[in-house]
Structures are given as C-alpha cells and as structure tokens.
Design a protein around this ligand. Structure first.
Ligand SMILES: [Zn+2]
Ligand SMILES: [Zn+2]
Length: 168
C-alpha cells in the first residue's frame, strides 16, 4: 500500500489513485528513527480528494486519514458483501480486499478456529465410538468363551475410566 519509492512516475493520479509515502532512512543506520531527509506523502483518491504531507507527523496523519477515508469514500463502488449480500463500500482487510462489511469479514476470519474446534469434537466422538465397538466385540467374544458376566465386566473396564465406560 505504501510506496517508498520517490519516483515521480509512481506518483498517484486520478487515473491511478493511491497513496505514495516516501520515508527515507539513512543507509548506514537502517534502524535509526531520525533520517536526514524529510518524509513526504502524496495521495490522490478515486473520488478526487488529494493531499500532500511533509514531515513524519504530517505523513503519519495523512496515512491515518487515508486509511479511515477508504471505507467511506463516495468514489468507491457499492458492491454486494461477499458474506451477507447487502451492498457495501467496505472491503475486507485481507490482501485481496473483496467487498465485505467489517463485521461480516471478522466473522468469516474467525471461522477456521470454529471449524477446527468442531473437527476436534467429531474426532473425539469417533474415537469414543471406536472404543465402544471394541468393547462390545470383546464382550461378545468373552461371552462365547463362557466367562461369567461380572468377570467380563472387570476385563472390559480394566483399561477404562468410569466415565468412558460403555453402556453395553
Ligand atoms: Zn475518496
Ligand atoms: Zn455483510
């Protein structure tokens, strides 16, 4: 989003809107906060709004203003939200920036966590069912071999804790 190239050919225009930020850092002190050159920002929005800022504080303020302006820019096309279908000027905060309300996008972004939780629950249920089937098979086998029911119960519950005990 922020171009650090001061190349005038990359300056945003109405045909090619955007924000260009030039914040040079001294090459010998790449982590220095103080730079000999003055940071500059130029922005031209698709709605025609444009501004220039000189100095670190003004540049930071312009970047913040630009970011805040984008979702409510009147020049931005109203598109149906990818999640709820209602028209919106907002775009998702991800790299692709598809049309989406901020709330709809947040719900969508949280989805993988919820999906993982559900998949984990399903795995646990499947594991419990497998244990139950194994126990039932063992019970059947031991019954055929003529073991007394209380002995069978002892053998089966040997590797089980009481809350995992099958109903069978
Ligand atoms: Zn605008
Ligand atoms: Zn939505």
């Amino acid at each position: 989003m922020h171009d650090v190239n001061p190349d005038p050919r990359l300056r945003p225009t109405l045909e090619c809107p955007g924000i260009q930020v030039f914040a040079p850092v001294h090459p010998d002190r790449p982590f220095a906060h103080i730079s000999p050159a003055v940071p500059v920002a130029v922005c031209v929005c698709r709605c025609g709004a444009h501004a220039t800022a000189h100095g670190a504080e003004a540049v930071a303020a312009l970047v913040a203003k630009w970011t805040a302006h984008q979702p409510e820019c009147p020049g931005r096309a109203v598109r149906p939200c990818e999640h709820c279908g209602e028209p919106t000027r907002c775009r998702s905060t991800g790299l692709s920036g598809w049309p989406a309300h901020a709330e709809c996008y947040a719900v969508w972004a949280d989805r993988p966590v919820e999906q993982r939780r559900r998949a984990h629950q399903i795995d646990r249920i499947k594991a419990r069912e497998l244990q139950r089937r194994k126990a039932a098979r063992l019970h059947e086998q031991l019954t055929r071999q003529g073991y007394a029911p209380d002995v069978i119960q002892l053998i089966i519950t040997g590797g089980w804790s009481s809350e995992q005990e099958p109903a069978a």
